[in-house]
Design a binder for this molecule. Structure first.
Ligand code: SF4
Length: 470
């Protein structure tokens, strides 16, 4: 999704020493870490992008590169950024400007991700000190590209989007020691009129179920207890093997792996959200009771202009299906305000949808046109001021909803996976299975990565506070 989960999973204050990932890279056969040089990898964007960077890092480590924490210490500087955010390309070029001097010091500079795909070889024209431009659909070709760089090529590109391969690496460096991200489907076959993903990430390609399950097994053996299955439209998963596992079957199979305690998935597309997914959540407590189901607008007219493939009524039917589940399921969404042609009445329909659905949380954005998207040619006549006004009203409404929802949770107890430690004494943070963040107090000295019971003692519109229940 265009807005997929920005910032949804960022814990705070994890001690840097714990962010090493459990893999022992020097074990990669025949490779001595650092023998090929060092790399610095900077990432901006959504979870898919974060996970792509983890895989790129894994690939480089397996080829004998060593990851370092500053561009100064690196022989190769890579910048992986998505074009979701406004003026992304501009920001990339300004960052590349900062790296210019570093190239004259002999460093290799590379651009990865959606912006690389979008700007293509133009990057070499505008920033001639760049040597590598690789779009996200071409990451599977990175080993070959690195080999060409190592052989002395000064300009290497990977910009195909017609690849039918998914990006799998034997070693993935994971930046969270407890939760592992796993891309199960790449690209997108939908054609939402505002979205660059079909252009930058290419057509939909699903990963083989046996390969996914093998990796989950390895993750569990390394101590990961939570896995998050990722895809732009994760529930459109279509197993390419003869097993033809449905997405809901895959959820259950992942939950069945010994050592796995939580299975998350994001982002779901409403049109492909089917009853069997709800049944999998009902049946298996390890499949988390949270669905991120972006609606984008509450107006049927705007949904048509966005080419979202469902109507307001159809979306609400999916919500009703989720709400009828035997086990309560948290629902979150993404909304865009100020799409071309959105009238005040259309906007009111989005507000009424918000009230009807009662989302647990929402990511909301002002529309901004992106290169290579169909909506670029639509007249973007709503002023920035008006978009800002609508966004503020929408967010106020959601804040009200969340305040009431959170107040209703006072006194309840939840199991949380502790993912962060505050600088303040005895303060911790963790997530419930329904992806609610709780800041809580505990006298324990070491809780990171453990599952604890927390009782909710306070609520604000933005979150819950609680106490470790021992
Ligand atoms: S085109 Fe695909 S990735 Fe983009 S918003 Fe639509 S469904 Fe999501």
């Amino acid at each position: 999704m265009i807005n997929c989960d920005l910032g949804m999973s960022k814990p705070f204050d994890i001690e840097i020493g714990r962010l090493t990932g459990p893999a022992n890279y020097s074990e990669v056969r025949g490779v001595v870490t650092g023998q090929r040089g060092t790399f610095f990898l900077e990432t901006f964007g959504c979870q898919m992008n974060d996970h792509d960077s983890e895989k790129v890092a894994g690939l480089l480590l397996s080829r004998g590169y060593q990851q370092v924490e500053t561009p100064e210490a690196a022989s190769m500087i890579l910048y992986n950024t998505c074009s979701i955010r406004e003026k992304a390309a501009q920001k990339v070029f300004s960052r590349l400007g900062e790296y210019r001097e570093k190239q004259s010091a002999g460093k290799v500079i590379g651009v990865l991700g959606c912006v690389a795909q979008q700007e293509g070889e133009d990057i070499f024209r505008r920033a001639p000190w760049v040597s590598l431009v690789c779009g996200s659909a071409s990451y599977s070709k990175l080993p070959e590209m690195l080999a060409r760089l190592e052989a002395g090529n000064s300009r290497v590109t990977g910009l195909d989007t017609d690849t039918d391969e998914t990006f799998e690496t034997p070693v993935t460096r994971r930046d969270n020691p407890w939760r592992a991200y796993l891309t199960i489907i790449e690209g997108c076959d939908k054609a939402c009129s505002y979205c660059v993903v079909p252009f930058t990430r290419g057509p939909e390609r699903s990963r083989a179920s046996d390969s996914i399950l093998r990796e989950v097994q390895q993750l569990a053996e390394r101590g990961y207890s939570e896995v998050q299955l990722l895809g732009q439209t994760v529930n459109s998963y279509a197993d390419p093997t003869t097993r033809k596992m449905r997405f809901s079957e895959l959820l259950l199979a992942v939950a069945d792996v010994q050592g796995i305690r939580r299975v998350r998935f994001t982002t779901s597309h409403p049109s492909d959200f089917t009853r069997d997914i709800v049944e999998a959540i009902e049946r298996e407590p390890k499949v988390c009771d949270h669905v991120h189901l972006p609606v984008q607008s509450g107006s049927a007219k705007v949904l048509r202009a966005m080419q979202r493939t469902y109507s307001r009524e159809e979306y609400l039917e999916k919500i009703a299906m989720i709400r009828e589940a035997k086990r309560p399921i948290g629902i979150t969404t993404d909304i865009i305000v100020g799409f071309p042609g959105e009238t005040e009445a259309d906007f009111e329909e989005t507000l009424s949808l918000l009230v009807e659905v009662q989302y647990d949380s929402m990511f909301s954005f002002k529309y901004s046109p992106r290169p290579n998207t169909p909506s670029l040619s639509m007249s973007d006549s709503i002023s920035e001021e008006e978009k800002g006004r609508r966004l503020a009203i929408l967010q106020d409404k959601q804040r009200e909803i969340q305040a009431a929802k959170h107040a209703g949770l006072l006194g309840e107890g939840f199991e949380v996976l502790v993912s962060g430690k505050s600088r303040r004494e005895n303060q911790w943070t963790g997530y419930t299975t329904s992806h609610r963040m709780i800041n809580f107090t505990s006298q324990e000295r070491e809780l990171l990565g453990t599952y604890v019971q927390v009782q909710v003692t306070g609520a604000t519109p933005n979150g819950l506070v609680g106490e470790h229940a021992v």
